[in-house]
Design a protein around this ligand. Structure first.
Ligand SMILES: *Cc1c(COP(=O)(O)O)cnc(C)c1O
Length: 381
């Protein structure tokens, strides 16, 4: 059996272990310490922002805290991009609030400005203005930031930016991760950089301070343990943050590599009829191409995205369907949805190809062979 080629697997740069050793030698084996502070500083510098970063146990925890800080309460409504990973929507329900799902547009695969506007207007007409909007940079591609931020401003709504997949992406030369009132980052094992598991919240200094307070059991100022609010245990450990510090040294390099992988797929597939890519719409968009996503029109190709997934699986190569939209998930069957089935179409025709920064030349050759055979592409030699 040939070795497995993963969709996106952890890729250590080399310096991570030194930071972890340092933590051991100083006995900072705790959810605080110099690596946590250092990792937060590294991220602030990378994002080129005045905002502050709080390192947390996961991206999901960051979204949960963002919703709390946005003032979301039981029975409130929160608008959420439907085409996303479930972690964008789940924390809404942790608070007893209700997600309202909005369709994508075909250009970026992300939340559609027109459908968003329609959703806000209709929910207000129904008597309940949603508390916040959760927008996602899917697979690293920035959502239509100018339009979405303008709509949030017009209706005075909190924007929660889910940048879990978009560290290293930019829009108009500004880093993704700095556009929301609150932003969530993720360092899960398959993300562009990893701390084995982890996340971060990016927000104005005062908000980040509140997030750290809530993430450390909401302990009031007192010698004994006193609490006036419900707290959480959401801080990142100093060991994990050590891995993160090492990963920050190679982040730019990994963005370049993932973009090169995207170009590699383009060079093979760009002339294949019925195949299209999730593309940067214009030069103002810069995607980290965390995952390269393609769409296969089965009516043109005679074969579907799922057929390609199976052909790759046959060679022990992992590919994954585009996220199944949240409004089509059994658990969210009752949630309101606004849109025109764009997300549904992206789901049925889309496939994410192996995109790791650690793919080797021989891995890429193996993948190419499957693609060439599957689409019956004529090669020169
Ligand atoms: C990974 C991911 C999350 C959750 O991050 P975790 O660190 O795994 O909790 C949230 N949203 C999106 C879009 C993600 O891809």
């Amino acid at each position: 059996m040939k070795s497995k080629i993963w969709l996106s697997s952890p890729h250590m740069g080399g310096a991570e272990l030194e930071y972890v050793h340092q933590a051991f030698s100083e006995n900072w084996i705790a959810p605080l310490g110099p690596n946590v502070t250092g990792f937060e500083k590294d991220l602030e510098q990378f994002l080129k922002t005045e905002k502050k970063v709080a390192a947390l146990s996961s991206g999901t925890a960051a979204l949960h805290l963002a919703l709390i800080l946005a003032g979301v309460k039981p029975n409130d409504e929160v608008i959420c991009q439907s085409l996303t990973f479930s972690a964008s929507a789940n924390p809404i329900t942790y608070l007893g609030a209700k997600p309202v799902f909005v369709d994508s547009e075909a250009l970026t695969f992300n939340i559609c400005p027109e459908a968003l506007k329609q959703a806000i207007v209709d929910r207000i007409r129904n008597g309940k203005k949603p508390k916040a909007v959760v927008a996602v940079h899917l697979y690293g591609m920035p959502f239509q930031i100018t339009k979405i931020t303008a709509i949030c401003k017009q209706y005075d709504m909190v924007l929660i930016e889910d940048a879990a997949e978009a560290l290293g992406s930019c829009y108009k030369n500004q880093a993704c991760g700095t556009f929301g009132d609150f932003t969530a980052l993720s360092f899960n094992g398959n993300k562009i950089i990893t701390t084995s598991g982890g996340g971060a919240l990016v927000a104005a200094a005062a908000e980040t301070q509140k997030a750290v307070f809530l993430a450390t059991q909401a302990r009031d100022e007192a010698p004994h343990y006193q609490h006036s609010q419900i707290g959480y245990n959401y801080r990142m450990s100093n060991i994990c943050a050590g891995i993160g510090r090492g990963q920050m040294q190679v982040l730019n390099q990994y963005v370049s590599k993932r973009r090169a992988v995207h170009q590699f797929y383009k060079s093979i597939l760009q002339n294949v009829k019925g195949v299209s890519f999730q593309n940067e719409p214009d030069a103002t968009y810069f995607s980290n191409y965390w995952l390269t996503a393609i769409l296969i029109d089965a009516a043109v190709c005679g074969k579907s995205a799922n057929d390609l997934r199976l052909a790759l699986e046959n060679e022990n190569i992992e590919a994954r369907p585009v996220w199944k939209p949240m409004h089509l998930q059994p658990i969210f069957a009752d949630a309101p949805y606004y849109g025109n089935k764009v997300a549904e179409k992206l789901f049925t025709t889309g496939l994410c190809l192996p995109s790791g920064s650690n793919l080797t030349t021989s891995d890429l050759e193996r993948i190419k062979k499957v693609l060439v055979a599957f689409f019956e592409i004529e090669t020169e030699s």
